[in-house]
Design a protein around this ligand. Structure first.
Ligand code: GRF
Length: 218
């Protein structure tokens, strides 16, 4: 079974969606460790509830960013983690972690990359005035939200949306596509060719673009 390590800094609703997928047996993987950089992250409560081991690693205890990420990588390696899943982890991943898990770190971003990378993707999309936004699961490289894209889902942006309403609409799809991307990885179906990801045996019916017309207009 694929061994997963999760990194989260906050409420951890994406972490929960992965736990649910695993518990329902749709995802054949073990979540062997949660690492958080935030002692009050709600993700910790989720780990406790589901008997998942967790570690709090505080960046301020390390003399450099690289030392912090070296420690994170070492802890994940100790648990024989094969895939690192960033679930609302609020730091740019440092080189020691990327080097320890090449093409084995995933992230979810609340916008259709390469548009609106970095913080507050939903607010950026709203302020820019796009009519469609969404979410992206991608591999992590050294840039900010620049790695190869695995799956995206699109949602409409409505005229009267606020950051909250758009975030909520996007989040529902984050909870669908993140466990799905992990499942595809666990089944060995993801291939990276340059910057492109190909998914073996992906049928059109599994289209990664979710039709916005399935939403009622408000
Ligand atoms: C999500 O919007 C995710 O796309 C972004 O951070 C947020 C984390 O939410 N990377 P949660 O902690 O998973 O609820």
């Amino acid at each position: 079974m694929l061994k997963i390590g999760v990194l989260a800094s906050g409420r951890g609703s994406n972490f929960q969606s992965i736990i649910d997928e695993r518990e329902s047996d749709r995802l054949k993987a073990d979540i062997v460790l949660l690492i958080t950089d935030n002692p009050s992250a709600f993700a910790i409560q989720r780990a406790k509830k589901h008997n998942i081991e967790y570690l709090i690693i505080l960046p301020k205890k390390y003399s450099s960013r690289n030392d912090f990420f070296k420690e994170v990588a070492d802890e994940l390696k100790k648990k024989n983690v094969e895939l690192v899943v960033l679930a609302g982890f609020m730091r740019i991943v440092g080189k020691p972690l990327i080097d320890a898990f090449p093409n084995r770190i995933m992230n979810i971003h609340p916008a259709l990359l390469p548009s609106f990378p970095g913080l507050h993707g939903q607010k950026q999309a709203l302020e820019y005035g796009v009519k469609i936004s969404g979410c992206t699961v991608h591999f992590v490289d050294e840039g900010v939200d620049t790695g190869p894209i695995i799956i995206q889902a699109a949602v409409p942006v409505f005229q009267n949306d606020t950051e909250e309403t758009l975030s909520e609409r996007i989040l529902r799809f984050e909870h669908k596509i993140y466990p799905e991307a992990i499942r595809l990885f666990s089944e060995g179906r993801i291939e990276i060719e340059g910057h492109r990801v190909r998914i073996k045996g992906y049928k059109p019916v599994d289209s990664s673009i979710i039709n916005p017309s399935s939403f009622e207009r408000s």
